[in-house]
Design a protein around this ligand. Structure first.
Ligand SMILES: Cc1cc2nc3c(=O)[nH]c(=O)nc-3n(C[C@H](O)[C@H](O)[C@H](O)COP(=O)(O)OP(=O)(O)OC[C@H]3O[C@@H](n4cnc5c(N)ncnc54)[C@H](O)[C@@H]3O)c2cc1C
Length: 407
């Protein structure tokens, strides 16, 4: 895959996607062969952009989107797959088990490694006639006027200006595009941070995703191929910092206590990674000739592994709105078109942001009335089938408006 080499000589673009991460490339893949001329601008060289040692829980809806896009067959063999999800509250024995049969599918979700997902998307887009890569290239400014946005790129020592009808900021949580556009955000930092790590274990089966709520913060355990799991462990800030610094034996011992004996002996695979946690929603996702998607538009607590899934859904929704407008002969950068995307995705993302915030606050404390309430909640989830199904549909991304590409 050689995204640094132009795949087509195109002067002006319908669409310029800033950010060749998973969200940006999902949008490009959904518009491959659409006839729209697309620029993908990514600051990091391709090998470097693949290097994140992160894995993500992928919802059923994300799988459906990638099926519709056409990348799923290449990705599927490399994914961890889970047939079960277990929710638990500390050592309380009332565990809530969810099974794939409850949704009539084979799996409840998947776990993908960043390198694998991004490589698959890059390969899928390689050589596409309607795409041109600017990579490595960094967007340093843009100016909107009339029918176009002019985008300034820095490529090494030289600068270049390209024109597009629509600029999409899929450029991550710090989003230079959002900042250049002057779009404010709402949200807060949690007094918590995550330690993410991949470990090898000895359990006979590796088909369950666990969400374990400890009073110090939630812990997600996601199955990866090769008897590995990715652990995302939220802790109060100072404890998280300490957990990254303690010697590996002490870390493994603490992890073992929280995972329980069923995993057998654990071995660290790769470094421990530290992430501050915040909730963020951009005040708007669109303005004339500009749309934000993925972490550029929103960010949530990692409990439940929702962040990237929301971004994939944004990309599918934005592709649908753009294609609809293009087929009607409308200008894809005009505000009335982009508002359709915002009206669709803003409230749906807000629900998930609020839900993850609620889960984290409700479970990460030792306040007795909350403790009693949440155990009652878990019991109700265990016993009331429609309630359980609703929770399952929310976790797997099957609530809300489904993009056509995912149908
Ligand atoms: C500990 C942790 C665990 C998580 N677990 C999960 C999970 O299990 N499931 C899940 O769904 N989500 C999870 N998330 C969330 C997920 O990591 C993010 O939502 C996702 O990576 C965002 O993808 P993105 O493409 O929007 O942004 P990014 O991956 O940040 O990509 C943005 C791209 O834009 C490029 N860029 C930036 N500025 C410029 C510029 N000026 N010019 C050109 N290019 C630029 C960057 O180089 C980058 O490649 C987790 C997050 C954390 C912290």
């Amino acid at each position: 895959m050689t995204p640094s080499a132009p795949t087509a000589e195109i002067a002006d673009f319908h669409l310029a996607i800033v950010g060749g991460g998973i969200v940006g490339l999902t949008l490009a893949a959904a518009l491959k062969d659409s006839g729209l001329k697309i620029a993908i601008i990514e600051a990091l060289p391709p090998e470097q952009s693949r290097e994140k040692p992160q894995a993500y829980a992928l919802s059923l809806l994300s799988a459906h989107v990638w099926e519709g896009v056409g990348v799923w067959p290449a990705l599927f063999p490399h994914l961890g797959k889970f047939e079960r999800i277990q929710l638990s509250d500390g050592f309380y024995p009332g565990v809530v088990p969810f099974r794939a049969e409850e949704l009539t599918g084979d799996y409840l979700g998947y776990v993908g490694e960043h390198r694998q997902i991004l490589t698959t998307l890059q390969t899928f887009l390689d050589g596409a006639e309607n795409l041109r890569w600017f990579c490595p290239a960094r967007v340093t400014g843009f100016q909107t006027g009339g029918d176009w946005t002019e985008i300034t790129l820095e490529r090494g020592e030289s600068a270049e200006v390209i024109k597009a009808k629509l600029l999409v900021g899929a450029d991550g949580a710090q989003s230079p595009i959002r900042n250049l556009a002057g779009i404010q955000t709402r949200g807060w930092r949690y007094p918590q941070a995550c330690v993410a790590v991949t470990v090898q274990h000895q359990a006979a089966q590796n088909i369950t995703a666990f969400e374990r709520f400890w009073q110090t913060g939630p812990m997600g355990v996601l199955p990866l191929p090769g008897n590995r799991v990715q652990v995302v462990w939220t802790l109060p800030l100072a404890e998280a910092q300490a957990m990254v610094q303690v010697d590996p034996e002490t870390f493994i011992e603490a992890l073992q206590t929280h995972l329980g004996p069923s995993f057998g002996a654990l071995e660290l695979v790769g470094p421990r990674r530290f992430f501050p946690v915040r909730l963020m929603q951009a005040r708007r996702y669109v303005q004339p000739r500009l749309a934000l998607a993925g972490d550029a538009a929103h960010g949530c607590h990692p409990v439940g592994g929702q962040g990237l899934n929301l971004g994939i859904r944004d990309s599918a929704a934005l592709a649908e709105v753009i294609l609809g407008a293009h087929h009607q002969g409308l200008d894809i950068g005009q505000l009335s078109v982009l508002k359709q995307y915002e009206a669709w995705r803003y409230p749906e993302n807000l629900v998930i942001l609020a839900f993850t915030d609620f889960l984290n606050r409700f479970f990460s404390n030792s306040f007795l009335p909350f403790l009693l309430l949440r155990r009652l909640g878990l019991e109700l989830l265990r016993r009331i089938a429609p309630l359980k199904l609703l929770a399952l549909r929310l976790m797997t991304g099957l609530l809300g408006r489904r993009p056509q590409i995912a149908q």
